[in-house]
Design a protein around this ligand. Structure first.
Ligand SMILES: NC(=O)c1ccc[n+]([C@@H]2O[C@H](COP(=O)([O-])OP(=O)(O)OC[C@H]3O[C@@H](n4cnc5c(N)ncnc54)[C@H](OP(=O)(O)O)[C@@H]3O)[C@@H](O)[C@H]2O)c1
Length: 312
């Protein structure tokens, strides 16, 4: 099968290449997914899990990409909950071969059924941004109706989904970002927008949940915006400055079938709109990692075409 692989940690994106790989092995409780659409994170070549397994042992050549949408091709020993031929989408393990491949082995519990009328391209754009936004706002931030959420990077991948979910949950939403992001953040459901380039973050007002995706100085200064009893949630880095009367949480997103199913329902009925940017074939995935080729929105790799069922 064809896959994008990396072998040399020092080579950066120049080390990404389209190669032939053996068909993957389905371990207990795995499924093999025929991948139609895949998502990747531009920075993942810097993640330890790209290079080593959970025990820290070298696992190269490894296949990057951790978001996928496709069809179950085969079940591992003892696998339940999914069936061969079923459309699925989800988030693969950080320390196993991923989604930039025609076939990949995934724990079944990391996947959710994908309704027939959601196309693979849209579904592949949702697992990381959707689960991160959901877990950040509700599991870690404990956001409740009537509260205020301040969401940094409100027009970006995670931020734009967080804005939509927080708005739907009945929170007042303050979005931040660059001036060009204002209209998109407001259209997604932000009540107000603060331009981090020209306005003072300290003038944004207090929030029950401050959701950071940027880190650094913005994260440090965000701790002071957390209302008493509230939470500073960040996905960028462990916070150095904590709220005086509140919690600070840094987390890494986890696969979650139940939440994926809830996200798919919202995708289907139009409550959620992930921002898809470029859609490129598998052979162009190495080039798509390059910062110079990036467009706004999530780049999706169309690994194979599902000519029988997919609308796109
Ligand atoms: N811990 C986890 O589990 C987890 C999960 C998902 C993502 N992440 C990480 O979280 C970060 C955000 O992910 P994402 O997919 O949302 O990225 P993204 O799509 O690039 O969104 C980030 C947004 O923040 C804006 N931004 C960044 N720095 C800014 C600044 N100084 N001032 C104003 N706006 C700024 C960006 O604008 P520009 O594009 O104009 O810079 C963009 O709109 C990435 O580093 C990603 O690796 C972590």
């Amino acid at each position: 099968m064809r896959a994008i692989t990396v072998r040399d940690r020092d080579a950066g994106i120049a080390g990404l290449s389209l190669t032939d790989m053996p068909y993957p092995h389905a371990a207990e409780n795995d499924v093999i997914v025929r991948v139609y659409a895949a998502g990747f994170t531009p920075g993942e070549l810097d993640w330890p899990g790209t290079w080593t397994d959970r025990a820290g042992r070298d696992r190269t050549p490894s296949v990057p990409g951790h978001e996928l949408s496709g069809v179950v091709e085969k079940l591992g020993y003892g696998t339940t909950g999914l069936s061969v031929g079923q459309r699925v989408f989800g988030l693969t393990d950080w320390t196993r071969n991923g989604s930039l491949a025609e076939y990949t082995a995934v724990e079944a519990r990391n996947l959710a059924p994908l309704p027939a009328d959601i196309d693979h391209t849209l579904a592949a754009a949702l697992p990381i941004s959707g689960l991160t936004a959901w877990q950040g706002l509700f599991d870690h931030g404990r956001l409740a109706p009537g509260q205020t959420a301040l969401i940094h990077g409100a027009a970006g991948g995670v931020g734009s989904i967080a804005v939509q979910l927080a708005h739907e949950a009945g929170a007042r939403v303050i979005g931040t970002g660059r001036s060009a992001d204002r209209d998109r953040a407001l259209a997604m459901g932000a009540d107000t927008f603060l331009d981090l380039q020209t306005e003072r973050l300290e003038d944004a007002g207090e929030a029950d949940v401050v959701f950071d995706v940027i880190g650094g100085d913005i994260l440090d200064r965000s701790a002071a915006l957390v209302r008493a009893g509230g939470t500073l949630v960040t996905i960028a880095m462990p916070p150095k400055v904590r709220p005086t009367d509140g919690r600070a949480v840094f987390f890494v997103v986890e696969p979650d079938r139940t939440r994926l199913t809830e996200l798919a329902t919202r995708l289907r009925d139009g409550r959620l709109k992930p921002i898809v940017g470029a859609v490129r074939p598998l052979a162009e995935a190495p080039a798509a990692f390059a910062p110079a080729t990036r467009t706004q929105g999530k780049t999706i790799i169309r690994v194979m075409e599902d000519r029988t069922r997919d609308r796109s």
